[in-house]
Each structure stands twice: as structure tokens, then as C-alpha cells.
Ligand binder design. Structure first.
Ligand code: ATP
Ligand code: MN
Length: 343
């Protein structure tokens, strides 16, 4: 088993990251690391070696959130725009664990990597996989349940982090009013993510419905500040409380770096820390010192909680944003065509 190998990181100082050999999977003793002194990407203020060193420093808590989840990565190859990779590439080593999942949107099978151990993480680092986006479902649990309910808080263009913080507090209040508790982390980009571990049994449909209800309740607490309007042009410059991170969706992992200036990291925070930080405080250079040997994400995440039935019922009456937006888009396009035809 691959997992028997994950005794912990070894030091990849030179051009070779050493891992333990594995007779059953054919995993080699070394993962070849290349071009470690090159810039990670334009504006990264970090080299590829800095990425490897960072991942080594946070390997334990990061692997804890990647384990047994289908993984997508954002890679930053030199001379190319960063791109999201879901399918493992053909040249992936034979020992890489994968899980094949039917993607309804694109009507095809996707072979996702499972990043359960240090050698796999090291291989991804050498592939210039900077961002790690695990799915919300765990494939080691029967029925692949969604483990967490997620509210994704997105600021409008140009807004300060302050409005994100105030909107996240609305989410916290909506959760508390429903008898629930969540943990918060910066996305590493502009907004924050609130995670609520969900007790089983709970279907993805139930969790998605409860997510919609919570988003609507949060926005209703301060409609001048926050909105659940899916169509950007209709948000009126407000913070978007996104309830669509559900089902087969991914969310960037806690501790994952982002392909953004200064290479910030998605970082867990205590609720009482939120209004004294900005996302740029947490980068691949600052985070190892901040967490030491700890795992603040695991420390902040509350226990798994059952969803109140009334929350699910309330959510079922709220249209799925993407579907509603599609219908509205078609309606507007029809109206425009009619106008153009002078009707
Ligand atoms: P920000 O704080 O800027 O919103 P974010 O990581 O929350 O950063 P979002 O666009 O809000 O970015 O998306 C939330 C999550 O949804 C991402 O972390 C990512 O895992 C997933 N996601 C978003 N867009 C895509 C995409 N095009 N392909 C795959 N996954 C995506
Ligand atoms: Mn977001």
C-alpha cells in the first residue's frame, strides 16, 4: 500500500527528493527534482525550491486535508498561463494512486490523483503544481459522502478585505442561529471559506440545500453588504456568499499556496483573528514559522454536526444558483434578440 510509505517527509535538499522504496507499487527511491532555482512563476517572489521546502514544512497538515479526496491542481509552467489539471497526465508515474469519477458536466470519466503521501506531493511539486484543490467527497467512505458544508465568501472587484470579514461574520451568525459552528480560512486569494463538518448520514442534495439556506440567511442579515446573486452584474457591488461549493465541487485546501503575487497560502484563522489580518500576511515564506509543528485547521474545525431538517427544507425551496442563472441568461438573450429585431 502507498500509505505504508507515508512515514513523513525526508529532506529534498539537492536535486533529488528521497522517499522510501516500495516493492508493491514500484515506487522508486527518489523523485527527481528539476530546475529548483527557477522562479516559481512571475511575481511569485519564490523559487521552485521554496515551494518544495514549503510543502515539506506543511506536509503533515496539508496531506491530512488532501488524503482520500480526488485532487485537482493548478500548475504554473514557465511561459504558459496557469492551468487547472484534473485528469492525471499520461506521463504520471505508475505508482500514482488515482480514482476515476464520471463528470456529468463534461460527460466523461476523469482520473483524479489521490495525494495521500509525501512522495506524491513531492512529485506534484516538481510538476509545478502550486495550488491543491481537493474534492469535498471522501472516496474511502462508502457512498463517497461530502464531508463538509462550505460557504465561499467572495468580495466584489476592488473591495477591501474588511467587507469579506464582515460578511464572514454574517455567515457565522447564520450558522449559530441554526445551531451550527464552522471554521474559517483565507482562500489565499481574495475571500474566505467557511467549513462546517457534517455528520453522516447526509446526502449531497441535503447538504447542498442547507448550504443555499445558510447563504440566503447570511445575506439577509445585512442585505446592503452581502448577496447570493449568482450573476456578477446583478450583485450591485456586494460580497457574494456562494452556496455552489457542494457535491462534486472542489475548494482549495487549507495550507495550499496560490498562484498570485507573493505566493500567498490559504490559511486557517480563529474567528477572533479575522479582523486583524489580510490574506497577504500568509505566504509560503511566513506560514511555516506561524504554524510550527501545529495544525491550526484541524484545531479550529468543530466536530461533525447533523443538519437541522428545517434548514434542508428551507434550502430545497431555493433555486440552484447555476440553473437559475442559466435560465435568466437565456431569458435576457431572448429579450435582447427581440429588441434587436424591433419587436
Ligand atoms: P477567491 O477568494 O478569490 O474567491 P477562491 O479559491 O475561493 O478564491 P473561487 O473562484 O471563489 O476561488 O472558487 C472557489 C473554489 O472553487 C476554488 O478554490 C476552486 O477549488 C474551485 N474552482 C473555482 N473555479 C474553478 C474552475 N474553473 N475549475 C475548477 N475548480 C474551480
Ligand atoms: Mn471564493
Amino acid at each position: 500500500m502507498c500509505r505504508a510509505l507515508s512515514a513523513g517527509p525526508t529532506v529534498p535538499r539537492g536535486t533529488v527528493g528521497r522517499v522510501a522504496p516500495d516493492e508493491t507499487t514500484g515506487r522508486p527511491e527518489e523523485v527527481q527534482l528539476t530546475n529548483l532555482d527557477q522562479p516559481l512563476f512571475d511575481g511569485a517572489q519564490a523559487t521552485k525550491r521554496d515551494l518544495v521546502d514549503y510543502l515539506e514544512a506543511v506536509a503533515e497538515p496539508l496531506l491530512a486535508v488532501l488524503r482520500e479526496r480526488p485532487l485537482s491542481v493548478m500548475r504554473a509552467l514557465r511561459g504558459r498561463r496557469p492551468f487547472m489539471q484534473k485528469n492525471v497526465p499520461r506521463y504520471a508515474p505508475p505508482w500514482l494512486r488515482t480514482v476515476t469519477i464520471w463528470a456529468e458536466a463534461s460527460k466523461r470519466d476523469v482520473a483524479y490523483a489521490l495525494c495521500d503521501d509525501w512522495p506524491t506531493l513531492l512529485w506534484f511539486a516538481n510538476q509545478r503544481a502550486v495550488e491543491y484543490h481537493p474534492g469535498l467527497a471522501r472516496i474511502d467512505v462508502p457512498g463517497h459522502p461530502q464531508s463538509d458544508l462550505v460557504l465561499d465568501v467572495d468580495p466584489p472587484a476592488g473591495a477591501s478585505f474588511d467587507v469579506v470579514v464582515r460578511s464572514a461574520q454574517l455567515v457565522r451568525q447564520a450558522l449559530a442561529d441554526a445551531g451550527l459552528a464552522g471554521a474559517v480560512k483565507t482562500s489565499g486569494a481574495k475571500g474566505v471559506h467557511v467549513f462546517v463538518p457534517i455528520a453522516q448520514p447526509a446526502t449531497m442534495e441535503e447538504i447542498a440545500a442547507a448550504t443555499r439556506a445558510l447563504a440566503v440567511r447570511a445575506a439577509r442579515l445585512d442585505p446592503e453588504l452581502a448577496t447570493t446573486e449568482y450573476v456578477v452584474a446583478d450583485r450591485g457591488g456586494k460580497v457574494f456568499v456562494d452556496a455552489t461549493r457542494a457535491g462534486g465541487a472542489s475548494v482549495v485546501a487549507a495550507y495550499s499556496p496560490r498562484i498570485r503575487p507573493g505566493t500567498p497560502v490559504s490559511f486557517p484563522l480563529r474567528w477572533d483573528q479575522l479582523d486583524s489580518v489580510v490574506p497577504a500576511d500568509f505566504t509560503i515564506h511566513t506560514v511555516p514559522r506561524l504554524i510550527g509543528a501545529g495544525d491550526p485547521w484541524a484545531a479550529e474545525l468543530p466536530d461533525a454536526q447533523p443538519l437541522p431538517g428545517e434548514l434542508i427544507e428551507e434550502g430545497r425551496a431555493i433555486p440552484v444558483a447555476r440553473v437559475a442563472a442559466m435560465h435568466e441568461g437565456k431569458r435576457r438573450a431572448r429579450a435582447q434578440r427581440r429588441e434587436a429585431q424591433g419587436e
